[in-house]
Design a protein around this ligand. Sequence first.
Ligand code: EPS
Length: 384
Amino acid sequence: MRYLSAGESHGPALTVVIDGFPSNVTIRKEKIDEQLRRRQQGYGRGYRQQIESDEVQVTSGIRFGKTLGTPITLVVQNRDFKNWSEKMAPFGDKPENLREIYRPRPGHADLAGAIKYDHEDIRNVLERASARNTATLVAAGALARQLLEHFGIQVAAHVVELCDVKAAQFPDTLEELEARANASPVRCADEAAAEQMMARIDEAKAAGDTVGGIFEVIVRGCPIGLGSYAQPDRKLDGRLAAALMSIQAIKGVEIGLGFEAARRMGSKVHDPILYSGTRYVRSHNGAGGLEGGVTNGEDIVIRAAMKPISTLYNPLPSVNMKTKEVEPAAIERSDICALPAASVVGENVVAWVIADAFLEKFAGDSLEQIEDAFQAYQARVSQR
Ligand code: EPS
């Protein structure tokens, strides 16, 4: 399974074309829209989210609520385009009063992008580098998720740290964690920590600054054996890390104990293997559900670190690329903190990677063929 996404942040629309999705999977539009809506929320976002109200439009590959097995095209309109139609026009002359951008923002793709693609106006870079494109990743992930749900695989995410504030209290069940994260403006299941997190966002806003943090994604219900140790590019841990690192502003990923494993003795890292009478289980889950790049049947636990957004209302020094004079970096309308949204993006890109690995293991062109392969494998696993 693969996809290609396209679209500028203030262009007419964002598009994603998905290839290799099996046929006969029931897809509900509301479930895609629900993920898009979740991505738009969160304390610390800017004015843009009041303009946009993302909704998917399906222009190929689904008929009467079921996938056809052929390419699926998902389109998300940019409502803000009506305010940008001249400034982002595909054809015609530049408007006379066009405000071009020459002062790259440190931390953004601005400088490297302008040099790499030979652009004078940095808008040509930032329009595509923008995290607005994560709406396409979420739409694709929301589709993958509906396939996973059919096989009892759940994906959830929550914010665990924001700037220097750490969540300390975690609910016992995944359902409770999800419910609390969904109810929290910062998507943090620890209410007291969430209050402090919102205070940090307010402080950053007042100072013309921005904040990032860490979110955790949990996948429950994966069978043993997704991914493979046979080749580096088939290792599921590497594929998950690559997918999360590809989200705008993500600078680090860890699985299970992650960096903490490096600080402990092996006996305090690895998870003893037990037999429940029907299946193999672990007394803890330091591996985060992955050993040798393969799922081991425990929850997949993966965290991603997001840097603070690079548009600062109190900007850092930069250089005007036209004059080479030192000047403050450009200010684009932006968010103070997009970590809660990033956790929703993380959830959905992880769902995509898991669905992709699932389809490799239980290959089939239709849902029925995949079900047969899945059931046959489950029967074999129960004999081991
Ligand atoms: C973004 C800047 C802001 C964000 C945008 C990402 O957009 P604008 O410059 O249009 O106000 O709101 O995120 C979204 C629009 C979105 O839907 O997530 C950036 O520079 O990356």
